[in-house]
Write a protein that binds this ligand. Structure first.
Ligand SMILES: Cc1cc2nc3c(=O)[nH]c(=O)nc-3n(C[C@H](O)[C@H](O)[C@H](O)COP(=O)(O)O)c2cc1C
Length: 376
């Protein structure tokens, strides 16, 4: 039987021993380590690690971690910078409990701090055969205060908010409170002079949705059959596989628009096409266009991000603007006062895992200190 002093010494070595000390040498062959979080990139969802090989590889980070879902490398803390404060240690039979505040700087230079509690169990030979690791209150925080979020990482949210069409769940109702919660977040977006010159009309009435879906399909036909010029934007080649998939997805949404639980028609006050009334009747220049669209689109995109963070999705569609007056009539929108942004289906998504949207990298679309010519 190991003495109390030997156990306490092993725990101290475990945390504060020299870096060269192999922590696995303090453990028995069939050691188990519980840490409850299930957040190791190399083992998502796994909360118990068994045996020295698995613990060395995943918990002690000996194998390189795979990139996180957002593509960022894992940032480790630099062991040379670690400190332990407020250390409390209690021994009871084969058990030793130690709580401390751990501080370190990460390899990328960020401060790290966490309060840990570790319960160790020792074998008769003085080796650790069980570790229970409690990490602050992160898990409880996420459960209690971030409950509805399915995407916690803002980088991942920005990278993985696609136009969802085929994966809209047409059978799962969307409570009005969820829409309101997302819009409550979205209204914090910037807008001209902070007048919030927008309205978001939501439609969950079956007849009105069916009428909107009809207008959408008719507008799509108008658009497809429009007179074309020789300009490249009128003659985009859509024969590659990605474009074919998109066309199929667009057609799927067009067929099912009426079945989507909620349709949203965002509006901005004033018109930029010369068809409005009041001051805006004359204001069709780029400044006024930028000011009008810029006063609604940031909030609309925030709304779409808030939806995605909660497991819902939408698709940006503008085709109904070909028949904007018909939508205005259907929903009682004063056409001369309000310009529509489009029609946005809103539903829970089928599954919540989405890959980053395929885009050209930033370096292809940026320039410094002046216009650097047409992007490739
Ligand atoms: C201004 C604008 C207008 C769009 N109009 C439509 C539309 O009328 N119908 C549609 O199904 N998708 C429409 N989209 C969605 C785009 O096709 C989609 O964002 C693009 O193909 C990239 O797909 P991803 O975001 O899923 O990667 C529109 C997007 C934008 C930003």
């Amino acid at each position: 039987m190991a003495t109390r002093e030997e156990q306490l010494d092993a725990v101290e070595q475990f945390f504060e021993g020299p870096r060269e000390l192999d922590r696995l040498s303090l453990m028995s062959e069939d050691v188990e380590w519980w840490n409850g979080l299930g957040k190791f990139p190399a083992a998502p969802g796994q909360t118990v690690f068994r045996g020295k090989e698995e613990i060395g590889r995943i918990v002690l980070g000996r194998a390189p971690s795979p990139p996180q879902p957002n593509g960022r490398p894992v940032d480790r803390y630099d062991l040379a910078t670690r400190t332990f404060d407020d250390v409390r240690t209690i021994a009871d039979g084969p058990f030793v409990f130690r709580q401390h505040t751990y501080r370190a700087t990460t390899v990328r230079g960020r401060p790290y701090e966490n309060v840990y509690g570790f319960l160790f169990r020792f074998t008769d030979a003085g080796l650790i055969d069980r570790i229970w690791e409690h990490w602050g209150t992160l898990e409880a925080y996420e459960t209690l205060f971030q409950g509805p979020l399915v995407v916690h990482d803002p980088d991942l949210l920005l990278q993985t908010t696609p136009s969802v069409r085929k994966r809209l769940d047409l059978d799962r109702p969307v409570p009005r409170e969820v829409i309101e919660e997302c819009l409550d977040l979205a209204v914090h977006a910037p807008n001209g002079s902070n007048q919030q010159p927008y309205r978001f009309l939501f439609v969950d009435d079956a007849e009105r949705k069916a009428a909107l879906a009809d207008i959408y399909r008719q507008a799509m036909a108008d658009f497809v059959n429009r007179p074309r010029t020789d300009a490249p934007e009128d003659n985009i080649d859509r024969s590659d596989p990605a474009s074919k998939r998109m066309t199929e997805s667009v057609m799927h949404l067009a067929r099912h628009m009426q079945d989507v639980p909620v349709l949203c028609v965002p509006l901005v006050a004033g018109r930029t096409d010369g068809l409005g009334e009041g001051a805006h009747a004359e204001r069709t220049g780029a400044l006024w266009q930028a000011n009008r669209w810029g006063s609604v689109i940031p909030a609309l995109w925030s709304f779409m991000l808030a939806l995605r963070s909660r497991g819902l999705g939408s698709a940006w569609t503008t085709l109904t603007l070909v028949r904007e007056r018909e939508v205005a009539e259907l929903l009682g929108i004063p056409f001369a006062k309000w310009m529509q942004v489009g029609l946005f289906p809103v539903a829970y998504t089928k599954g919540t895992g989405f890959a980053p949207t395929p885009r050209r990298p930033a370096r292809d679309v940026m320039a410094w200190n002046g216009y650097a010519g047409e992007p490739e």
